[in-house]
Design a protein around this ligand. Structure first.
Ligand SMILES: [Zn+2]
Ligand SMILES: [Zn+2]
Length: 351
């Protein structure tokens, strides 16, 4: 079979590799891949900034935004041949820490977790993959073209779960949400906001391309003229920051109304200093009981929520989020999207 692999730490090593089909461990599902989504993490791995190969291996199969169809499922696994499935990315650390011990491996405390396609486990960008049934999630059959959006949706479902928990420390009935960034994470965060009946505003830099239409089609409001213009119309109760743009992070905190919750989901590069008036930030946070929470990854509960979110969403809208689909042999075209693009997908189905 063919797989998309990289030698972690070595630039320009991303390549199509011929390798034997994986041997299933007892109880595993065997899955014929349909597609993988490509995100910033994959780009960092391809650029040798991130990623670890499995023990004793040189190459790592990348791909963590999976979608496949079950070929073989053991009796009692809860799956059947033909089921549409997604594999979960993270596995708990072996100790395990207190968080992993209760299934909150998305909040692992010792860093000993492993991740399919990222850290010490081969990913899902191969024509065939195996997965433990307890780390596989069944998808609605109607999601055959868009189910690889499940993993980013799980990340966003977790962000919303964190916002609920932080807001839940007092009376919390948010009305306005500002999402910064109209990439896949921002758009899926906006989708959940709309599904919850909130007034959703999305801020991005681009004025053209599919992003404005995608936001408007949701029933949300698109902005591209900077955060001040958005806040002038009314302070958001919640900000979901999905760009990692250094200057936006402080602006996001300043933008909220009283008891504002800012959830940071984007990872900023280090070493980009901006001038921030920390005193003003402190004043704002204290006097308004504001909170900032960072959120990454997702546990099985968030995958279950994400499956619901996608089932409720318009499949046509989800399909328009995927602005580039390439066959496996043209994988490189999934790694060079311009800012007007939203999501690239590599198709893996064998004809
Ligand atoms: Zn990703
Ligand atoms: Zn742990």
């Amino acid at each position: 079979m063919r797989a998309l692999t990289v030698i972690p730490g070595r630039k320009h090593s991303l390549a199509l590799t011929e390798m034997p089909e994986p041997e299933p461990s007892p109880g595993d599902l065997i899955v014929d891949a349909l597609a993988v989504g490509v995100c910033g993490t994959d780009k960092e791995i391809a650029e040798a900034e991130y990623g670890t190969a499995p023990p004793m291996a040189d190459r790592l199969v990348i791909g963590h935004e999976s979608l496949g169809r079950v070929r073989e499922a053991p009796d009692g696994s809860g799956f059947a041949p033909g089921d549409l499935v997604v594999g979960v990315v993270r596995r708990p650390d072996p100790v395990p820490c207190g968080a992993c011990a209760i299934g909150r491996f998305d909040e692992c405390r010792n860093g000993g977790y492993v991740e399919r396609g990222i850290k010490q486990l081969d990913g899902y960008a191969s024509e065939v993959w195996t997965v433990e049934p307890e780390y596989a999630v069944k998808l609605d059959p109607g999601l055959e073209r868009v189910g690889m959006l499940m993993e980013p949706t799980s990340v966003v479902a977790k962000a919303w779960d964190q916002i609920d928990k932080v807001g839940g420390r007092s009376w919390f009935e948010p009305k306005r949400v500002l999402v910064t960034g109209a990439g896949p994470i921002g758009l899926l965060a906006a989708l959940i906001g709309v599904q919850r009946g909130l007034e959703v505003h999305v801020l991005d830099l681009v004025a053209e391309g599919p992003k404005p239409e995608l936001v408007t089609a949701l029933g949300a409001v698109y902005h591209h003229e900077g955060i001040e213009a958005v806040v002038k119309e009314g302070e958001p109760d919640i900000v979901i920051e999905a760009t990692g743009a250094t200057s936006l992070v402080a602006d996001a905190v300043a933008a909220t109304g009283s008891f504002g919750v800012v959830c940071l989901t984007g990872v900023s590069p280090e070493g980009r200093n901006v001038n921030v008036d920390v005193g003003a930030l402190n004043r704002e946070m204290v006097l308004e009981n504001d909170a900032i929470v960072g959120s990454v990854n997702a546990n099985l509960g968030h995958y279950a929520t994400a499956a619901e979110v996608l089932r409720e969403a318009d499949p046509g809208w989800l399909g328009r989020m995927i602005t580039r689909r390439v066959p496996l042999e043209h994988f490189d075209q999934a790694f060079d999207l311009g800012p007007e693009h939203v999501k690239a997908v590599i198709e893996l189905e064998r004809s």
